[in-house]
Ligand binder design. Structure first.
Ligand code: SAH
Ligand code: SF4
Ligand code: F3S
Length: 442
């Protein structure tokens, strides 16, 4: 029996796909070469913006003919669209056999047994029970062997008014520090060099646990950083509303904590931030940026931005442009606001035209591209330790590595490297998506 998993969305889904891969392999399934070559097809979906959801539906819809011609094939939809749609998914897509919310994937094999041969669809999207994330020891032959994500918590309690995640991923559940440490140790024993700790808002790690037995995120970071053999440690994402001084101190104290902070601003207008329910102001945000740059002057700061939030005025948007200008991000992900029912902002009045929103996004992106190049040029003449990612697309002895700032650096070398090897280079050029450098030491 063969399976095939198609994954959309964020690292949470990447991890869930890895878990499903491992569960299926342990049950004796092998990886199919392509989606049409599989007995079990899993579409792991994302619904963060309307376009992501459309992508999922169009792939699921395109499998209708295949399913009708091969009725024994089991088609499973997982991820955030599955959680959000539940039974509605099957009404729209009658050829879907199973709709599993993110908390139901751990029982995949049992669910397959339940559904096989019945011709009935199984829908499991209940989030009402108290949920605990089972321990998970991954197997190395999947994906990039030198670096891995480790989920430290699931869900989100913040209910930013535009966001679907609290509805699809449920309330915050922290994994136990012991499980996290065991997983990291296990990955290191398999040869992993770099770990990224994952959560929708890692700063609230542990807050769902009783106060007398809880480990805070900065404490967890210190414990993980101390694990023998861990060369690089990263984390994402942090909500600015509860970024603590203790977390900032980690950048001063922990040698293997990478100098990169992803700090979504979302907007540079206090009014919009308030309507987004972000619980910080532009001034609060700037204090955090200053604080980070005080403990770690070289730190790379990146961000997420939403333009065209309902009734965002020109002045609001100019606030976002001004904040970008002031912080000077190394890079930014920027999106046009998308209505995500049942998120609260769907009911907000919005007089801003689509064209105007696109114009604002283009303006933001154009200026950010310029700032990115300028920021990258600040590194010229600097020496970096790079972790090798692999041979660059250009081939002919061109290699790509990643700096502590999470920036791709390309250089030439006659040596044959493995992903995860370290080299020392000097930066010679700052470009839009990468840096150029010369090798100093292999
Ligand atoms: N938990 C993270 C965000 C995860 S979603 C945090 O709070 O920072 C990743 C990004 O998608 C968000 O930062 C936001 O910029 C964007 N996003 C989320 N919902 C959106 C929506 N409805 N429309 C447009 N962009 C959205
Ligand atoms: Fe969404 Fe806000 Fe939670 Fe991030 S913190 S996942 S933007 S609700
Ligand atoms: Fe998408 Fe769900 Fe992740 S909406 S971004 S897959 S948490």
């Amino acid at each position: 029996m063969k399976f095939y998993i198609e994954t959309f969305g964020c690292q949470m889904n990447d991890r869930d796909s890895l878990i499903m891969t491992q569960i299926l392999e342990q049950a004796g399934y092998g990886q199919g070469a392509g989606i049409l070559d599989a007995d079990v097809i899993v579409i792991n979906t994302c619904s963060i913006r309307g376009k992501a959801e459309q992508k999922a539906y169009s792939l699921i819809g395109s499998l209708r003919k295949h399913k009708l011609a091969n009725p024994a094939t089991i088609l499973i939809v997982t991820g955030c669209v599955a959680q959000q749609e539940g039974a509605a998914m099957v009404s729209r897509m009658g050829h879907v056999d199973m709709v599993l919310g993110p908390q139901a994937i751990y029982g995949l094999i049992d669910h397959l047994e339940t559904v096989k041969g019945t011709g009935e669809s199984l829908i499991l999207t209940d989030q009402s029970k108290k949920f605990a994330i089972p321990p998970f020891l991954p197997d190395i032959h999947h994906s990039t062997p030198h670096k891995r994500f480790v989920t430290i918590m699931q869900g989100c309690n913040n209910f930013c008014t535009y966001c679907i995640v609290p509805f699809t991923r449920g309330r915050e559940v922290s994994r136990s520090p012991a499980d996290i440490i065991a997983e990291v140790q296990h990955l290191i024993s398999l040869g992993v060099k770099e770990i990224t700790l994952l959560g929708q808002n890692v700063n609230s790690y542990g807050l769902d646990q009783p106060a007398d037995s809880r480990t805070s995120f900065p404490q967890l970071l210190r414990e993980v950083a101390a694990i023998e053999g861990l060369m690089r440690l990263r984390f994402t994402t942090s909500n600015a509303k509860d970024l603590s001084p203790e977390l900032m101190d980690c950048f001063r104290d922990l040698d293997n904590l990478c100098l990169h902070f992803h700090l979504p601003m979302q907007s540079g207008s206090n009014e919009i931030l308030e309507r987004m329910n972000r619980k910080y102001t532009v001034a609060d945000y700037l204090v955090l940026v200053d604080g980070l740059r005080t403990v770690a002057p070289d730190i790379s700061i990146t961000t997420d931005v939403i333009v065209g939030f309902p009734n965002e005025t020109d002045a609001d948007f100019m606030g976002t442009m001004a904040l970008m200008e002031q912080v000077r991000y190394d890079s930014a992900f920027s999106f046009i606001y998308s209505n995500r029912p049942p998120a609260l902002s769907c009911d907000f009045a919005d007089d801003i035209s689509k064209e105007e929103k696109s114009r604002r996004l283009a303006l933001f992106q154009k200026r950010q591209r310029e700032i990115t190049v300028e920021q990258h040029q600040r590194f010229i003449g600097r020496e970096f330790d790079l972790m090798i990612e692999g041979e660059s697309k250009m081939g002919h002895g061109q290699w790509s590595g990643r700096s502590t700032h999470n920036i791709i650096v390309n250089f030439h070398s006659g040596v044959q490297y493995k992903p995860g090897d370290m080299v020392r280079v000097v930066v010679t050029e700052g470009l839009m998506n990468s840096l150029r450098a010369e090798l100093i030491e292999s």
